[in-house]
Design a protein around this ligand. Structure first.
Ligand code: FAD
Length: 501
């Protein structure tokens, strides 16, 4: 959301550690999405040229379910990799999307005559999100920094503002005094994680087959087994005041979670808070452009309801075929691969003829509202004046952030419980008309709970079956646009490698 990211830039002001990773940046900055050959792209060992020669199967048909960040990037990178290293048969990529738009949890809306953009879902990406940064460059998608500007902010605990960064020097000094040391320590932790994470962009490594493998490869798996609070206080000496207040405001803002979230997600939240970008015309442009350049056919209003493995195909084969049902109708023909790019347990898809026993990953529900033509009432906060951005934490109040502008008379709210008109009437001290409020509810991201280190399987598999892949298996480790794109891209490599096998 818009205002949250003013906050993120503010946090960058109390951040001293971020320079550490700046030096790292250049190493990967010049990575274009297409400048590295497919790992082991040895077309001579492709069995498909033989199959094609018989005229039996000259086309490989791939179904992608979901046109969000994960599905659109999978389509795009499949096409890009296959163009660069043709494997024999042509790829025919079809994307099935249940709604009438591209983007999924990325959903910009525009308000008023000034056409002000609010991202109802994902807003921020960082300079080290190379896929998104490259897409911004290659597709000329204009981006801008999320900046604090003149906005003021405060941390509200349900009774009072425990810290304010407003126009008063004494409040600012108190804010820095309260949090700067903890912030410094926490950002050193975040930067150490970021330096490891950036190694995942190295495409000389083969694609990963499990999320465990991906995280082990860059030494990040261990962070799933500890809470952020434990790591920040016990290992990085960030102190309880910082951790229970400012960090909590960050983790609630980014993952609607208190500081008990696992420490990899905590580090991601901190990294996002160091400074970020958004696009001028809406973040869904990334995924529209990916699809536009993928050569894929996109079927809108086509919810997939059944995926059935073709009888007779067995687990022993790397390659299986599938039959799909979408919008209540069987899609004619079969698919040589299926990429599921939406959380399985929310997809209402039945999988038949395949032994699939996926444990449900619980997601956080996040409630978003944009309110027009109204002013937030300072009395709600027992105050005479209030900052532009208010973070709720440790509080009986369920909002995680409220941003408002007296100038535009607009406000945005994010909360972990439903936002009722009754509560809004207290917040604005007036009864609002329904046309003044735009609501959006999301199953936003997994609850980033600490994982059991001895669990047999920590994440859902990437291969749900032979030639059946799952983009969102990564989400309970990290859920954000860039990582969904990385997952789609990794799966594109797996699909092509498996085709060649
Ligand atoms: C409020 C909020 C704030 C966020 N903030 C940020 C942020 O600032 N920065 C960031 O990087 N990330 C943020 N995220 C997380 C980010 O949005 C997600 O991690 C990412 O967009 C997920 O992409 P996806 O493609 O995997 O899934 P989705 O975006 O959920 O896409 C799945 C698609 O599949 C479709 N679908 C579902 N079922 C079916 C079916 N049966 N058949 C066909 N289609 C189907 C859906 O309609 C949807 O379009 C935020 C998320 C939320 C909700």
């Amino acid at each position: 959301m818009y205002f949250c990211d003013r906050f993120t830039s503010f946090v960058a002001l109390v951040t001293f550690g971020s320079q550490v990773v700046l030096a790292q940046r250049q190493t990967y900055w010049d990575l274009s999405p297409f400048n590295t050959p497919l790992d082991g792209a040895d077309t001579s060992r492709s069995s498909f040229s033989e199959v094609s020669a018989t005229g039996k199967n000259p086309v490989k048909r791939i179904a992608i379910i979901g046109a969000g960040a994960g599905g659109s990037s999978a389509a795009y990178f499949l096409n890009e990799y296959a163009k660069k290293n043709p494997i024999g048969p042509q790829l025919e990529i079809e994307v099935f999307e249940k709604s009438d738009r591209i983007g999924g949890r990325v959903y910009p809306r525009f308000f008023g005559q000034d056409h002000e953009k609010y991202e109802m879902g994902a807003n921020a990406f960082i300079v080290d999100n190379y896929n998104l940064m490259n897409a911004s460059r290659d597709f000329q998608i204009e981006k801008e920094a999320n900046e604090l500007g003149d906005s003021t902010l405060g941390l509200y605990d349900g009774n009072e503002f425990v810290a304010l960064n407003d126009n008063s020097w004494s409040n600012q000094a108190a804010f820095y005094y309260r949090y700067s040391w903890g912030s410094f320590r926490a950002n050193r932790f975040a930067n150490s994680v970021k330096a490891q994470f950036l190694k995942l962009y190295d495409e000389s490594l083969p694609p990963y087959r499990t999320v465990e493998e991906m995280l082990k490869r860059v030494d990040l798996l261990q962070y799933l087994f500890q809470t952020s609070r434990d790591v920040l206080i016990n290992e990085w000496s960030a102190g309880p005041v910082y951790t229970d207040e400012l960090f909590q405001a960050i983790s609630r803002n980014i993952y609607a979670s208190n500081s008990s979230l696992h420490s990899l997600a905590g580090a991601i939240a901190l990294i996002a808070a160091q400074g970020s970008y958004t696009t001028v015309g809406g973040n869904d442009q990334f995924f529209q452009k990916y699809l536009e350049h993928s050569g894929a056919t996109v079927h809108f209003n086509s919810p997939v309801t059944k995926i059935k493995r073709v009888p007779g195909d067995s687990d022993d084969l790397v390659w299986n075929r599938y039959i799909l049902e979408a919008g209540g109708e069987r899609i004619s023909g079969t698919f040589d691969a299926v990429v599921l790019a939406t959380p399985f347990h929310q997809s209402d898809i039945k999988v038949l003829n395949l032994d699939l026993d996926l444990e449900e990953v619980p997601y956080r529900t996040v409630y978003v509202a944009v309110i027009e033509d109204a002013l937030v009432n300072p009395g709600f906060f027992h105050a005479d004046a209030i900052p532009d951005v208010i973070f709720g934490f440790n509080s009986s109040e369920s909002f995680t952030v409220i941003g408002h502008s007296p100038k535009t008379r607009r406000a945005n709210i994010e909360a972990v419980e439903p936002i009722s008109m009754e509560w809004l009437s207290k917040l604005f001290n007036s009864t609002l008309r329904s046309d003044q409020v735009t609501f959006q509810t999301w199953k936003a991201y997994p609850k980033m709970v600490v994982k059991e280190s001895d669990a047999e399987e920590i994440f859902p598999p990437i291969n749900l079956g032979p030639s059946f892949y799952y983009v969102n298996s990564v989400e309970s480790a990290i859920s954000c646009m860039e990582v969904e794109v990385m997952s789609g891209r990794n799966i594109a490599r797996l699909v092509l490698d498996d085709l060649k096998a």
